[in-house]
Design a protein around this ligand. Structure first.
Ligand code: SAH
Length: 397
């Protein structure tokens, strides 16, 4: 049988078509380094201070009073970071609990294992027993204590199934703090925090966020405009829009934006009032997520890259219609293939958009010569961040 997939590093597979495609841009050893990095979290865990509620200095002080190790980013004043601990050696237990991928990746980072994430509890486990938590690819992600008996796990719908004691990595547990409940900060990676800066919202502007949930970038846009711009935020998923409303309320930002469930590929038809009347548009579309960290295992195919690239272009076409002449489009993804990044910028140019040079400290330029100095790329193996892409464009007046 002919092998259809290549395993780049443990758990990370690409079909041959995608592997050969990426080899046009990265050497084999770069691909190895990229996916090795994807298996690990960045060494810094970033949060964004909600400067509408508190200053970065005051939040850092509060967190330090809770004995947390907090640092200021070198470039973005509202970005604070906490060191991620690990990797640690996991002690061996006699019994194992199998978790689903999502849960296993959280446990890998130090979270407890909750009942809905359990795939299998080995027979004979008693509450209080030492167990290892295993990911679906067989990797041991943590050592902990069972909080239920294997006889009862089927009837347990919620709550902690395994209390994690030692995990491969450990994130600071900042979501349990009162400062989180008070909306004083939002967890957001460093590259994602650059997006709203590149968009550069100004007072009294009308801004559209076409893929807004759960609201990380919407809330940052509101913050940077000092609550003086109005953001029309849209997302196709009604569940995510509900979560987003809760988040915006916690941050105290609900009055500065509207949030609507919409498939924004048709926004020009559904919201004709916005056509030709928007100052800035953000497209942060679904992508192949190949830059997201940490990920223990994943399979990606060329077909998926191609279909998402086509999907992303639909938003770009609509953004062209929404923008006023002179309006700005920012396009960002958390993935690697040029088809979803530089090639989509070239597509935007073919519609009439012009690229505006953008760069940030601690990042690289584009992967294609033409965009070497005009778009922004963060690489997991180079910048100790998730993989990320940002481009800025203008609709000429
Ligand atoms: N900008 C967000 C993250 C967006 S992730 C933040 O910073 O927090 C991409 C989002 O695109 C997902 O929430 C997904 O539901 C949404 N999406 C996918 N297809 C869409 C469509 N056709 N119209 C609008 N939103 C869509």
């Amino acid at each position: 049988m002919v092998e259809k997939e290549v395993e780049i590093v443990r758990g990370h597979r690409l079909d041959y078509q995608l592997y050969n495609y990426l080899l046009q841009y990265f050497s084999d050893s770069e691909l190895n380094a990229i996916f090795e990095a994807i298996r690990r979290p960045p060494s810094r865990y970033y949060i964004r201070v909600n400067t509408l509620k508190i200053s970065p200095e005051d939040l850092a002080k509060k967190l330090r009073e809770r004995s947390l190790d907090v640092y200021f980013d070198e470039n973005l004043s509202e970005a604070l970071w906490l060191p991620v601990k690990g990797p640690r050696k996991i002690p061996t237990a006699k019994k194992v609990v199998l978790a689903d991928k999502r849960a296993a990746e959280s446990v890998y980072m130090g979270a407890n294992l909750y009942a809905p994430g359990v795939i299998k509890f080995e027979d004979g486990i008693r509450k209080g027993d030492e167990v290892n938590v295993i990911a679906p690819n067989g990797e041991v992600v943590a050592f902990g204590i069972a909080e239920v008996d294997s006889d009862n796990i089927r009837n347990t719908k919620s709550g902690v199934a395994v209390r994690t004691l030692v995990s491969t990595y450990e994130l600071p547990k900042i979501r349990e703090l009162p400062e989180y409940e008070l909306g004083l900060f939002y967890d957001q990676s460093l590259p994602a925090q650059w997006v709203a800066h590149i968009l550069d919202p100004r007072p009294n502007e009308v801004i559209v966020d076409m893929n807004a949930a759960p609201g990380g970038k919407t809330s940052h846009i509101i913050q940077l405009s000092g609550g003086k711009a109005f953001v029309h935020a849209f997302d196709r998923s009604s569940r995510k829009v509900q979560d987003m409303a809760t988040i915006l309320r916690r941050l105290g930002m609900e009055k500065y934006c509207s949030v609507e469930v919409r498939d924004t590929r048709y926004l020009d038809v559904d919201r004709p009032d916005l056509v030709g009347s928007v100052d800035r548009v953000l497209i942060d579309p679904p992508c192949t997520d190949m830059g997201v960290r940490p990920k223990l295992f994943d399979v990606k195919t060329m077909d998926l890259v191609k279909s998402l690239s086509e999907y992303q272009r639909q938003f770009i076409r609509v953004a062209w219609k929404l923008l006023k002449p002179g309006g700005i489009l920012v396009y960002s993804t958390c993935t690697l293939p040029p088809l979803e990044n530089e090639d989509n910028v070239a597509y935007a140019e073919s519609l009439g958009f012009r690229v505006i040079d953008a760069s940030v400290p601690g990042a690289s330029g584009g992967l294609i010569d033409k965009y070497r100095n005009s778009v922004i790329r963060f690489y997991p193996h180079v910048h100790d961040t998730p993989g990320f892409f940002i481009a800025k464009l203008m609709k000429p007046s």
